[in-house]
Ligand binder design. Sequence first.
Ligand SMILES: N[C@@H](CCC(=O)N[C@@H](CS)C(=O)NCC(=O)O)C(=O)O
Length: 153
Amino acid sequence: MAAALKLISHKLCPYVQRAVIALAEKGVPFERIDIDLANKPDWFLKISPLGKVPVLTVATDNGEVALFESNVICEYIEETQSGAKLHPQDPLARAEHRAWMEFGSAILSDLWGLETAKDAATLEAKCQAVTAKFARVEAALGSGPYFVAREEV
Ligand SMILES: N[C@@H](CCC(=O)N[C@@H](CS)C(=O)NCC(=O)O)C(=O)O
């Protein structure tokens, strides 16, 4: 039988890892399909409007639905799957979580700029941007190590 959830992935993509971590934390079975982003298959381009991974396909009575954008996929997993809750129950704390998820996306974008910098000035600028963003994360974490203690979730 085909898997109810398929995660279209790339082995190096950190956005894919978000979805994988959410699925793994909740113990949800899924099929992972890694594609070559340098040679995107036609079937992938049909279901991925932005041409990016991850895409989560969900089997329904009316066929497969394809979800794109890692944060959206994580929210869907949180809302539909049993297992450990990853968001806090309090709406304000949950909204804060979502805001930091967006901030995480900005960090990943800066990291990509850092890894692919073609000159020293760009490298230095991206280095400073990443350092500043991690300082914000550390400040928000306080004594940490998590944004929310397990018993508060
Ligand atoms: N905002 C997207 C970013 C996903 C993303 O940038 N994925 C990269 C791989 S890590 C990708 O598929 N790049 C292919 C391309 O841009 O052509 C998300 O959170 O899912």
